[in-house]
Design a protein around this ligand. Structure first.
Ligand code: 5GP
Length: 114
């Protein structure tokens, strides 16, 4: 897949407010937050979209979700709750083609989403 701005954030070529990092996951605050807490969790090994996942990606996706849930607990967000979202392609609202998990918290979310 082609380089994206998230790959540049991983390589520290563009700045980001990084809140978590381990060997396979990087997390940073969204530049246009849609909630009081809006953090993006990305795999360091890029995958463009949900459609591109294979069996081999299953552990990595698990680590991505666990990184987000651990962050939510550590930040005191877990009891009130939060939303995890992965947008896929045009109708899903995806704009950056490096798969990422949005963690949204700090306000009551609407359902159904817009
Ligand atoms: P998508 O629409 O692809 O699901 O989410 C992409 C997200 O990346 C958007 O919420 C957008 O605000 C965020 N974003 C775009 N460019 C940047 C950037 O340069 N830095 C950060 N931290 N977030 C960005």
């Amino acid at each position: 897949m082609s380089d994206t701005l998230f790959a540049k954030i991983i390589r520290r070529e563009i700045p980001a407010d990084i809140v978590y990092e381990d060997e396979s996951v990087l997390a940073f605050r969204d530049i246009h937050p849609q909630a009081p807490v809006h953090v993006l969790f990305i795999p360091k090994t890029p995958v463009a979209t949900l459609n591109d996942l294979t069996e081999a990606d299953a552990p990595g996706i698990g680590r991505l979700v666990l990184a987000a849930t651990h962050f939510a607990k550590a930040e005191g967000l877990a009891e009130d709750g939060y939303r995890l979202v992965i947008n896929c392609n045009r109708d899903g609202g995806q704009t950056v083609y490096h798969l990422h998990l949005h963690l949204l918290a700090g306000r009551a979310m609407q359902w159904p989403p817009g």
